[in-house]
Design a binder for this molecule. Structure first.
Ligand code: AHR
Length: 326
């Protein structure tokens, strides 16, 4: 029996040592890339395409990073599936541009339990435990809406009645919630502002064209279009053109649009759009800076905003528009 035990002990030692040797092998330095899994909302707008380009160009050409992007096609359940795949793949970090705010608690808890840091980008998530993500980098959507409302208040001062057509983006997305809140708050403060029931454009040109075309069959008394992104604005402009409704400088409808893409700025300079509220999508480099800081053990702020302006035609010239990156 003693002899049998010592044989077992020897076998255990041999395998044990072999195991030890394996884990003590030095990791080859500089060969391991930092792997990022990125769940992007979709490709619903020019803004989104510029945002994807900024992220891809920032990380894909850097040899220190491996960047895996999955397009959720504007469906939150697709995002959940991507995030769970990233956990199984054992990525080093997950970046999420959330479609809508609600519903993230469970999946973010799973990422947290797997020990993977998360950055929330562009929009926000509504979770009760904000330790579930490192930081939230994006726009001040409420501030954007408030700038638009302040501009409109100036433009319509003294008018008896201002009829506002409101085109809403994806319901439940921070960009929609906050831009809508800014308008609702301003309507409550201005007794002469009358806002019709919002039309749902889902941040896309095609949907906006469809709903505005339908709306114009019964209602033509519109003084202002408050459109929560440029692509919906383009759809609405198309519908106005077909219905013979004029807009922009000297036209019936004043147009307020969000994003300030190159195309919208061109329309603004040409007098077709009255106000462009900027929403900057180019934050790939800023996200990278945050990641590098985090990897070097630095403290990163919980909320990071990007700089944004508003534009009317007098703020624009062709050289500025031509140089615009998105
Ligand atoms: O979350 C940012 C918003 O989403 C942009 O305004 C819009 O164009 C995009 O689709």
């Amino acid at each position: 029996m003693r002899r049998f035990c010592s044989v077992l002990l020897c076998i255990a030692l041999v395998f044990g040592m072999a195991g030890c040797r394996k884990t003590q092998d030095p990791e080859p330095t500089n060969s391991k890339k930092f792997v990022i899994g990125f769940s992007q909302v979709g490709s619903e707008s020019d803004w989104r395409i510029a945002n994807t380009k900024s992220m891809t160009e920032t990380f894909s050409y850097d040899p220190d990073y491996e960047f895996i992007m999955e397009n959720a096609r504007q469906k939150q359940e697709n995002q959940f599936a991507s995030v769970r795949r990233f956990i199984l793949d054992g990525v080093d970090m997950i970046i999420i541009a959330p479609t809508i705010e609600e519903g993230w608690q469970t999946v973010l808890q799973e990422v947290h339990d797997a020990g993977i840091p998360v950055i929330i980008m562009d929009r926000s998530v509504a979770v009760w435990d904000d330790n579930l993500f490192l930081t939230n980098i994006g726009s001040n959507f409420l501030g954007q809406g408030q700038k638009a409302a302040a501009w409109l208040a100036e433009q319509t001062e003294g008018e008896d009645q201002v009829n506002i057509l409101h085109l809403q983006g994806t319901r439940g997305a921070t960009a929609q919630i906050m831009r809508t809140k800014a308008l609702d708050d301003a309507v409550a403060e201005h007794s002469n502002w009358i806002a019709a029931e919002p039309l749902y454009g889902d941040f896309t040109e095609a949907k906006a064209y469809e709903v505005v075309t339908e709306y114009l069959k019964e209602n033509r008394d519109i003084d202002v279009l408050y459109s929560e992104n440029d692509n919906m604005t383009f759809g609405a402009m198309h519908a106005f053109d077909e219905a013979g409704i004029t807009y922009g400088k000297g036209g019936q409808v004043k147009i307020i649009t969000f994003d300030a893409t190159k195309e919208a700025l061109q329309y603004c300079m040409d007098g077709k759009i009255d106000l462009c509220v900027e929403c900057n999508p180019l934050f790939g480099p800023q996200v990278k800076e945050l990641i590098e800081k985090y990897r070097n053990g630095g403290q990163i702020p919980k909320q990071v905003s990007v700089e944004e302006k508003i534009f009317t035609s007098k703020d624009l010239d062709q050289a500025f528009i031509d140089a615009r990156e998105y």
